[in-house]
Ligand binder design. Sequence first.
Ligand code: F6R
Length: 240
Amino acid sequence: MRIVVSDTALEIARQVSAILLAQVRKKPDSVLGFATGSSPLETYRLLIEAHRAGEADFSRVTTFNLDEYCSLAQDDPHSYYAFMKTQLFDPAGFSYDRVHFLSGLAEDHEATCRAYRAAIEAHGGIDIQLLGIGRNGHIGFNEPSDRFSDGPFMVQLAQSTLDANARFFENASPPRFALTMGIGDILAAKKILLIAMGDSKAQAIRAMEHGGVTPHCPASALQTHPDVTVFLDRAAARLL
Ligand code: F6R
């Protein structure tokens, strides 16, 4: 696991977006795994800038997002689909026939999860997976538990995750259930980039990097992957 500590969110975003842009220039039909949340926002902004400047073409890129809330339709402004549409896909010119999302409204969620995994495999796997990390060490919505998940599954979100994500829901509460890629899906990506910023992530980063590999800190599974780079600001790196 390589650790890169930077002074600002912009410095992190410049490095992460440069890796993603190089990948797409080298292989225009790359398969990218995306995360929602605050951590990748600045990176997405720089990808949009590159597209607007005519320096990047994302129209042939296939995407798989990590997770989606159950019970929210894609056009619900709180859905992760809506987040990606506004924060990246529309302004950066992604093609929606190449965008893949777990459907939070699926009636048969097990079939949806199996189909998602099969679709990732049918595309030859994910070239680069972008991740954030929860304060409790979750990646995707793999919450701390007694065993690592393999494929996509339905999860009950931890109270700390609901509290952390309440900021996106104004007067409503976040749904308690979500569909997420499993740890096995994340580890199958060829390359992984993780972004964490702020003091509230410092404990999770320490457990991810220094603790043993344990499902009680799901991100610790990344220790077993050969190509992970972790981008931190000084606050998130303060316990390393
Ligand atoms: C989001 C996701 C989550 C977030 C994590 C950090 O798709 O999978 O694991 O990456 O909760 O969220 P932020 O970046 O908002 O601190």
